[in-house]
Write a protein of this length. Sequence first.
Length: 530
Amino acid sequence: MGIRHFSSVLSAELEGVDARLIEVETDIRAGLHAFTIVGLGDKALSESKERINSALKNMDIKPPEKENRKVIINLAPADIKKTGSQYDLSIALGYLLASEQIKPFNTKAILFAGELSLDGTLRPISGALNIARLAQKAKIPYLALPAANAIEAAIIPGIIVVPVLTLSQLIDHLEERTLIDPQPTTNVIKPPESPFLCIADIKGQANAKRALMIAAAGGHNLLMVGPPGTGKTMLAQAITSILPAPALEEIIEVTGIYSSAGLLKEDSYIGYRPFRAPHQTASPVAVVGGGTNPRPGEISLAHRGVLFLDELPEFRRDLLEALRQPLESGKAVVNRIKNNLTFPARFMLVAAMNPCPCGYFGDSEKNCRCSEFEVRRYQKKVSGPLLDRIDIQITVPRLSIQQLRTEHVSKDTDDVKARVLGARNRQHARFAKKSRGKKILTNSELNSKDVDELITLTKEASAHINAVFDKSLISARGYYRILKVAQTIADLEDQDEVGITAINEAFSYRLREDDHQQHLGKRPLSALGR
Ligand SMILES: Nc1ncnc2c1ncn2[C@@H]1O[C@H](COP(=O)(O)OP(=O)(O)O)[C@@H](O)[C@H]1O
Ligand SMILES: [Mg+2]
């Protein structure tokens, strides 16, 4: 009586895609029976008590509820909100240590995360990869978690992942009776690409395909405007067929996002570039992220891949406006009461729209049934500031039946993909050499200062720009975006400096916003853009 028993074991809390180290302290002292968890826990945590009691009882071990003393569990630091069921394992072990029902082990060298089921088996958790990254950073050599999460966690090098099936198996391991084999490092073999639609399946539309290639090469945003049935949706879906496979670092980033959201169901990692196509009725929270237990939105699930917004004007206006900031920064900031959470959101926006409600405004043969007012109102749904952030804007004209019947598949998908990869490699090499440690992968990520420092124009191109841009009332943002697209075109051509042709082509990809907002209603669409 009177002696206090204490233990401290390590676990983790997820905050967005980052995991934070949590110390689970157990204090058992004389007094009336109690089993209390303190330290800002949520409902899943209070239910943890029931799971632990039941699991231990089923293992013939004395559970906290049979303890004739006071059992207090404290999760520190106290100012971080604790959510989720991943603390079960650390609380159970902390209790077993403090009640001296298991032999002591080096608690500083191992991090535990896992949910217990009533019979003592472990259930998978969200964010295993993120927790593994934390262990790596905090130099904690061992990570014990549910076997179902082991492949995912073992992507991270430099830590030893212990895949656990049941609590009693883990106890045997910790007491060195029967050791659990460590999880072999996951070899992230890039799966063979099998896009459901290839760029080679699309007939004609050479201009659109070239724009698609440039967008893929530089990670640029793309808007396709044209009448229904011209292949806009097809083109957008084909973009994944020409994107290069993600690098290991990108796979880790993307997998971390899916893991934190509990979306790694059958896959142990995301080894491909995501393609996300939310419906027009989607809410801003679903697309941008947030909610009471903040979750990544579609733009974060599209990180390092493509966000496709088909029928762009049909999306909620507030949603489209909420995309502006992430498009600029590559991050989604989710507001919370205490502190904001940030999810990565570096995606390519690919959007498609009809030019008017009936769809045939500007068509060479079919008559448009909309009034000028209707056309303008439709186009105004997509605001100037949003358009300003879309580097490449093209019209996709209707092919005649004649063309559809005679046109043959023009370019081989693999050729285009190889050019895209070549252009990306040029970008990587340039940024590795010149970006002074800043991590940049594609031209689209450059800010204005980077553009000034990293993009070199030929003399003629420089002079040309001064002449053209003065006349065209282009915004400063527009100017920088044109230079970035021009740089990508130069990269595709294997040129070190950006010349006049590249500038002109990049310039042609912007339906200028004043055109888009005001004049489009008065001029045939074919007079715009290209
Ligand atoms: N260039 C094309 N090559 C082959 N098929 C096409 C082409 N354009 C349209 N189609 C056919 O028309 C259908 C509608 O195309 P879709 O991409 O949905 O058009 P949009 O999105 O512009 O309305 C496609 O499923 C495809 O069968
Ligand atoms: Mg469509």
